[in-house]
Design a protein around this ligand. Sequence first.
Ligand code: IDP
Ligand code: MG
Length: 154
Amino acid sequence: MEQSLVIIKPSGVQRGLIGKIIDRFQQKGLIICGLKMMNLSEELLREHYAHLVEKPFFPTLLKSMMATPVVVICLKGVDAVAVVRGMVGTTNARNAAPGTIRGDYGMSSQENIVHASDSPENGVIETKRFFKPEEIFDYTPVCINFIYAPDELN
Ligand code: IDP
Ligand code: MG
């Protein structure tokens, strides 16, 4: 199964959406294998957003991501990265489809409520970036055979 790293950003924390966002992923059938609140350092954000450090909006993005603690979540599932990205919606929340987290709760490109890994490789890298090994839990929900058919669970 794939891992996806989700961050409930300060925009989601301040807007009181932590519970609603976690609930959506649980209801979908994704398995929560890590969950905690933390403050993000500039050093960690420069690594996490390395592809954006030269962008003009990077200083305000940094400030925004450090405005309050965030909630980091590691989700597990078959094709979890694509499933979670689909549930999150496009970067600019104003254009995000209704039914997605950004589409339902956001009005901004920057203040877009959540982060989600963009590839299976980054799901693994980002989980290691935000969680210690002992903070990730490998367990199987008792209802696993009602989430997936046997042939979907390799
Ligand atoms: P993603 O979060 O949808 O994967 P990325 O391009 O990886 O989008 O950008 C990371 C984050 O940087 C976005 O979620 C958003 O908070 C911020 N960001 C991206 N593009 C812009 C922009 O044009 N203006 C302001 N903030 C942006
Ligand atoms: Mg991204």
